[in-house]
Design a protein around this ligand. Structure first.
Ligand SMILES: CC(C)(COP(=O)(O)OP(=O)(O)OC[C@H]1O[C@@H](n2cnc3c(N)ncnc32)[C@H](O)[C@@H]1OP(=O)(O)O)[C@@H](O)C(=O)NCCC(=O)NCCS
Length: 197
């Protein structure tokens, strides 16, 4: 794996397929928590349906450096599936029919801070715009004082619109995953970022 600051320029983004799932799960387990994603939860996205997509970033050495999952939901679906109380968000998000959701973005530890996450978010935003979404939304994990992907989302004009305390404790009551920051149950808050187009 190159440690070049230019990794983001040399990264190749491609649609994820079933063969990538084990490596996606390995990054997810390491970065988002053991069992945060499951094989089954990735199937829609790697099948690249109208409403679900996944891309991976491959390094020049052929290593999977990171990935993102994106979905298109109506405001009502967003509320129901991700348990985001849109009534607490000012503006018209709740009434929109097509909201692009960058649901999960993660980069392998040794590839972080080199612009890979930014390239994944840039691509995710552009791909969602091609799907004619009316807004883009992302649920960012706040671990300690840092909202991990907050700076990257801000570069693409997404703004924090809502903080949800103990988001994953309530959203994932199965508590099947182990948070890398606080263990089990995960008590981390989430910050919802949004950009209305
Ligand atoms: C959040 C995450 C996806 C970011 O990926 P990344 O590849 O490190 O992202 P980038 O390298 O593009 O940006 C990270 C930081 O490095 C900076 N950076 C990027 N390229 C740089 C470069 N060439 N030189 C110096 N700094 C650089 C960015 O400005 C950014 O700074 P900020 O956090 O203060 O805004 C990654 O840290 C991760 O997987 N975290 C765990 C999972 C997670 O929290 N995912 C988001 C919730 S779903």
């Amino acid at each position: 794996m190159t440690s070049s600051r230019n990794l983001s320029k040399n990264i190749t983004l491609q649609k994820a397929s079933r063969e990538h799932i084990p490596q996606i799960l390995a990054i997810s387990d390491e970065q988002l928590g053991d069992k945060y994603l499951s094989f089954a939860s990735l199937e829609d996205a790697v099948n690249q349906t109208d409403r679900a997509a996944a891309k991976v970033g491959i390094s020049p050495g052929g290593e999977l450096a990171g990935f993102y999952l994106s979905y298109v939901y109506s405001g009502e679906e967003l509320e129901a599936k991700l348990e985001i109380p849109l009534s607490k968000v000012s503006g018209q998000l709740k009434n929109l029919q097509r909201i692009g959701v960058l649901k999960t973005v993660a980069v392998k530890e040794n590839c972080q801070g080199l612009g890979v996450g930014s390239e994944l978010v840039r691509d995710g935003v552009n791909e969602l715009k091609k799907r004619r979404v009316q807004a883009i939304c992302s649920v960012a994990w706040k671990s300690g004082e840092k909202t991990n992907i907050g700076g990257v989302l801000s570069k693409f004009n997404l703004k924090p619109v809502l903080k949800i305390p103990e988001y994953w404790k309530n959203h994932r009551p199965d508590q099947a995953f182990i948070c890398p920051a606080c263990g089990q149950p995960c008590l981390c808050p989430a910050v919802v970022y949004a950009l209305v187009l």
